[in-house]
Structure formats: structure tokens, C-alpha cells
Design a protein around this ligand. Structure first.
Ligand SMILES: Nc1ncnc2c1ncn2[C@@H]1O[C@H](COP(=O)(O)OP(=O)(O)OP(=O)(O)O)[C@@H](O)[C@H]1O
Ligand SMILES: [Mg+2]
Length: 503
């Protein structure tokens, strides 16, 4: 047997440009066996592009890739897979209507070109891989019925059946709970023990510092440096990423008082299996945080306010008047906007231009008196928000799918701000957003509240809630378990309340 080289992967001087954008400019990166390597950089810095090059989805303009000592000018996806590189994509590419066992074993069965796939064999393969990872799941369960975190584990197991040497994950922790992140990390550490490497992209620097051995930082498509995680801290890392010292939250919202007249009032809102007896108010100028772990009912409540999840009972008042909200259209007309949690699927028309995406919610207003679409107005509205939110794009005509993940997110925020809502509900407003832009978006939200908007931030990120909201509502198992003024609570105390099983 050939002895395995210590170095698994090296990319050297990789460049890639798209029309009008130099996505990568002579970037190098190398990964050893059993190493946990994080790739960090601001939105649009080129992380996903680099991953696509390593996995053979995108062809670089220049540079070379060396895997297991073999040199490639560019890779095909097949080369990449046969050299042991496996990407866990954000959509996870699983078959929802097949069982966990089938999903894990499918590739192997196809590879062996078996005409008859024996159920026993499927189970054996799946059990072998899964026993190393998690013991709690029923392998016969259909994948559509399991959580995102478990789907991730299934995708990892499937990768392992294909002899993965390097598992690549692009922002795997954005949609999973703290406990699930811990589980994922322990799996990654186990892989490390087996000599399997992980390349990991995350904007959550605390995670990066917790899990990685090495960090590669890129900025504007250029390599900033490669660092040992030991000896790095949050501030240094965000400085490397942005080249700036980040001053978070200039405007402290903790002590701020809202007006007395509520813009939005929710009374006894209930929906069986979702939430029970929800009561709260949001006044003009106020930012109310709704927090609770994933699955607590926080999103279901927001969906009900926005006409997407009909409650069984209870009332919603807007400006003191009973509101009948049967659809998002009703909600928008009454002055509500909702930034959804799952932006990739719910937020954007991915093939449409950025300009069109932003103005889609305000088409009515843009029709001129002859009911024709006024293009110049369209661009005024879109341009204003693009600048305000700092979306990095060559033009408004660019298709949304050509933007980096974080910039797509800003486009969705821009789209909802363009409706000029009275109350803006933001579900996970900074998921996937880099540290510098995060504080930028927080400041924009605070600026909107200062101008009189009522804001609801739904988030399980404690600092986000504490530093931006004046009041906090904690949800657990569909019920409000605590209402707090932010100035009475510390990060630790709030974390404690969130983590508690019962009161
Ligand atoms: N298919 C494409 N067509 C045109 N431009 C593209 C395409 N894919 C990426 N880009 C551009 O390349 C740059 C790098 O994008 P990339 O998606 O790699 O960023 P990223 O570091 O992953 O950012 P994020 O943290 O926001 O996900 C961006 O300016 C992006 O707009
Ligand atoms: Mg990305």
C-alpha cells in the first residue's frame, strides 16, 4: 500500500473572475490529513467560489490544485470525489422520500452496479457508518421527517461511505440549534481522529475559534493569511477579515423607551401544536426581541402575524384596529413586513435581477398613472436600498444568484424595507452575515426604530438580542415563559433562561 502523504490538499495561486468581479485573486490554501480548517472572510470575499473550485463545480482561470500528490489544472466533480473530497451542500442533496438507510447507501449501491439491491446490505452499510456518529436515529425513518441537523449527519454518513478524506461544509451551522452544533462538532472531532479532514466555512467566529486547528482568511478575493487557531482571538480574527476594527452597536438600545400607543398588539393568539396564549405589544420606536430555541414556536408566531399560518384563536390589532390577516398581501397592506428565516428558498427570485427582486413588493406604488411600469422609479427605489445596505454587486441588472450568500441576504432585507412597513419582523436578520456587516445591519435596524418603526427581531443569538432590543420575550414549547426589559438581564442570565427545560 502506498503511504499516505501528510498533505491532503493544496490549491496554489488560484484565480477566478466573473464578469465585472475578480472573485479570487491568486489564493492558496492547504490542508493536512486530520486537520480541521476554517475558511473565513467577509460576504463576497470568495469562500464559496473557492469551495466550488476544490469540488470541481467551477473551473479556475489560473492556478493548480494538488490532491494526494496529484496535480490538476482544474478538476471535474468526478476527480474531486474519487480523490476523497466530499461537499455537504446547504440543501444537503438528499432524497426526502427515501429512508435514512437508503440515502446513506444509495451511492455505494449504484457504484457497484447492482441490479438487485438487497435491503439487508443497505442496512448494513448504513448501520456501519451511522453507528460511529449517532445512535439515536431510526434508520428506517424517511429523511423528510427528520431535522436539518440530522439530515446533515445523514449527508456526512453518505460522504463517509464514499471514502471521504476531506469533508467540506459551507456554513453548516446557520440553521441548527446550539445542542445540534455541539453534536456536529463532536462528529467533526471524531472524523479528525480517523484522519479525515474538514474544511468549514462560518461567520460565527466563536465557532471557528472553538473547532478549528487552522484558519485561512481571505478578503476581496485575496489571501490575507493562514493562522494557527491557538493564539487567535475574536477581535484579531475580525480585524484580519475586514482590515478594520469593528465597533459594534454604536446605538445602545437597552435603555430606550418606546411610545405608549402600540402599533401592533397580539391578544391570546393560539394555534394547536404551534403556540398557546401569545400576548404582546410592539410600540413605535421599539425593538422587541423574540427568542427561544429552534422549534420553540418563535417562527410559527411570526408566520401567523404575516398571514402564512392561520391561528385557531386570538386577535391581532394594528394601530388599535382589529386586523384580519389572511394572506401576506393583507399583512403588507396593513403595514407589516416579514424577513423570512429561510432566505434561500423563501426570500428571492434567484434568477431575477437584484433590481426586480427589490421592487417586487412595491409594484403597485411604482405603476404610473397610465398603469405602466415606471422603470426610472424602479431603479431609484432599488438603488437607494442597495447603497444603504452596502450590497456589493456590479449592477442592479445582475441576477440574484450571482451574489454571494451574505449579499443575497441584504437584497432580501432591502426588498422588505422598500415597502416602508410600520412593523418589521426580522427572523434571524444576520444569519450568514459577516461580523462587520452584522453591526452595520444592526445599526440600520436601530435607525429604522429611531424613525418610529416598530421592530421584532427573532433570534437565538443572545448578543444580537441583548444589544439591539429594548424588550425580550422568551418562548419555550409554544408559550411565553418570560418577558424582560433588556436592561435587567445579562448574556449569561438570558442563556440560562433559554437553556432551562422548565421554569
Ligand atoms: N456565478 C457567478 N456569476 C457572477 N459573479 C459571481 C458568481 N458566483 C460568485 N460571484 C461573485 O464572486 C464573489 C465571491 O462570491 P462568493 O459566493 O464566493 O463569496 P462568499 O465569500 O462565499 O460570500 P458569503 O459569505 O456572502 O457567502 C462575489 O462578488 C460574487 O458576487
Ligand atoms: Mg458563500
Amino acid at each position: 500500500m502506498v503511504e499516505k502523504l501528510e498533505k491532503l490538499l493544496a490549491v496554489k495561486d488560484i484565480s477566478k473572475s466573473y464578469v465585472g468581479v475578480q472573485a479570487l485573486d491568486r489564493v492558496s490554501l492547504s490542508i493536512n490529513r486530520g486537520e480541521i480548517h476554517c475558511l473565513v472572510g467577509e460576504n463576497g470575499s470568495g469562500k464559496s467560489t473557492l469551495i466550488k473550485i476544490i469540488s470541481g463545480v467551477v473551473k479556475p482561470d489560473e492556478g493548480e490544485i494538488i490532491i494526494n500528490g496529484k496535480r490538476f489544472q482544474s478538476l471535474h466533480a468526478i476527480d474531486s470525489i474519487s480523490e476523497g473530497i466530499q461537499v455537504i451542500y446547504q440543501d444537503l442533496s438528499l432524497f426526502p422520500n427515501l429512508s435514512i438507510a437508503e440515502n446513506i447507501s444509495l451511492n455505494q449501491m449504484i457504484e457497484r452496479k447492482k441490479r438487485f439491491i438487497s435491503w439487508k446490505e443497505i442496512k448494513n452499510i448504513a448501520e456501519r457508518e451511522f453507528s460511529n456518529i449517532s445512535k439515536e436515529l431510526d434508520l428506517d425513518e424517511k429523511v423528510e421527517n427528520i431535522s436539518i441537523a440530522n439530515k446533515q449527519l445523514v449527508a456526512i454518513c453518505r460522504a463517509l461511505t464514499q471514502d471521504a478524506q476531506l469533508i467540506i461544509m459551507d456554513e453548516p451551522t446557520t440553521a441548527i440549534t446550539k445542542r445540534e452544533i455541539d453534536c456536529l462538532f463532536s462528529v467533526i472531532l471524531d472524523l479528525k481522529k480517523r484522519g479525515i479532514s474538514t474544511l468549514f466555512v462560518s461567520h460565527k467566529l466563536s465557532e471557528v475559534l472553538q473547532i478549528s486547528n487552522k484558519v485561512t482568511v481571505i478578503r476581496d478575493g485575496k489571501l490575507v493569511g493562514v493562522y494557527n487557531t491557538e493564539g487567535l482571538d475574536h477581535n484579531t480574527l475580525s480585524f484580519y477579515m475586514s482590515g478594520k476594527k469593528i465597533v459594534d452597536s454604536v446605538l445602545d438600545y437597552r435603555e430606550k423607551e418606546g411610545q405608549k400607543e402600540p402599533l401592533l398588539e397580539v391578544k391570546n393568539l393560539s394555534k394547536k401544536g404551534n403556540f398557546q396564549d401569545i400576548n404582546f405589544k410592539v410600540c413605535s420606536g421599539e425593538i422587541v426581541g423574540i427568542t427561544g430555541i429552534l422549534g420553540s414556536g418563535r417562527t410559527e408566531i411570526a408566520l401567523s402575524l404575516f398571514g402564512l399560518n392561520r391561528p385557531d384563536s386570538g386577535e391581532i390589532y394594528i394601530d388599535g384596529k382589529l386586523a384580519k390577516i389572511k394572506s401576506p398581501q393583507d399583512a403588507i397592506e396593513l403595514g407589516l413586513s416579514y424577513l423570512p428565516e429561510d432566505r434561500l428558498n423563501q426570500g428571492l427570485f434567484i434568477k431575477q435581477s437584484i433590481g426586480n427582486n427589490i421592487v417586487v413588493t412595491i409594484l403597485q406604488r411604482l405603476l404610473n398613472r397610465f398603469k405602466l411600469f415606471d422603470n426610472s422609479k424602479k431603479y431609484e427605489a432599488a438603488k437607494e436600498w442597495i447603497e444603504e445596505l452596502n450590497v456589493i454587486t456590479p449592477s442592479l441588472e445582475t441576477a440574484a444568484q450571482a451574489l454571494s450568500g451574505g449579499n443575497q441576504q441584504r437584497v432580501v432585507i432591502a426588498k422588505w424595507l422598500a415597502t416602508d412597513p410600520k412593523v418589521f419582523i426580522l427572523n434571524g436578520p444576520t444569519v450568514g452575515i459577516d461580523v462587520a456587516s452584522k453591526s452595520n445591519i444592526h445599526n440600520i435596524i436601530k435607525g429604522l426604530a429611531n424613525k418610529g418603526m416598530g421592530v421584532i427581531i427573532i433570534s437565538d443569538e443572545i448578543p444580537e438580542i441583548i444589544w439591539n432590543c429594548n424588550r425580550i420575550i422568551v418562548i419555550r414549547e409554544g408559550r411565553i415563559v418570560k418577558k424582560l426589559n433588556t436592561n435587567e438581564v445579562t448574556e449569561d442570565k438570558l442563556l440560562d433562561i433559554l437553556a432551562r427545560k422548565s421554569n
